[in-house]
Design a protein. Structure first.
Length: 127
């Protein structure tokens, strides 16, 4: 096994360890960690068993196996980008809803404040 393959294995191990540390210490969500786990395990599999990539390239008709790897990496990056865009859109909509709700609550509390000034400070009702 050449040093380039070992570099892939080391990369996969570094990514796996950093994913687990980020999930444990920094609160990385499982749905995002799943993508990185798939990437790391895929890199490890291709690095440990390079014949997999050669057979897959031959199966789909790609001349250079590395071209298939780059194509798959591009597809995964596009899928990650799509996932982040959907999550960002949902978060933006949720933020807008919360801001509107907060504005309504502030309006209601501001409407109640002038009425509270008419009552005595000691809390007893006026006769």
């Amino acid at each position: 096994m050449t040093s380039a393959y070992w570099l892939g294995v080391v990369f996969a191990l570094v990514v796996l360890v950093s994913i687990f540390l980020r999930m444990r210490n920094q609160g990385m969500k499982e749905r995002y960690a799943t993508w990185w786990l798939v990437i790391a395990l895929g890199v490890a599999m291709v690095s440990l068993f390079p014949g997999i990539l050669r057979r897959a390239a031959r199966l789909v008709g790609v001349q250079v196996p590395l071209n298939l790897a780059f194509f798959l990496a591009g597809v995964i990056m596009l899928l990650l980008s799509l996932q982040f865009s959907v999550d960002l859109s949902r978060a933006d909509e949720e933020r807008r809803r919360i801001v509107e709700e907060l504005a309504l609550l502030r309006m209601e509390t501001d409407a109640l404040r002038p009425g509270a000034r008419d009552t005595p400070d000691d809390g007893s009702a006026a006769d």
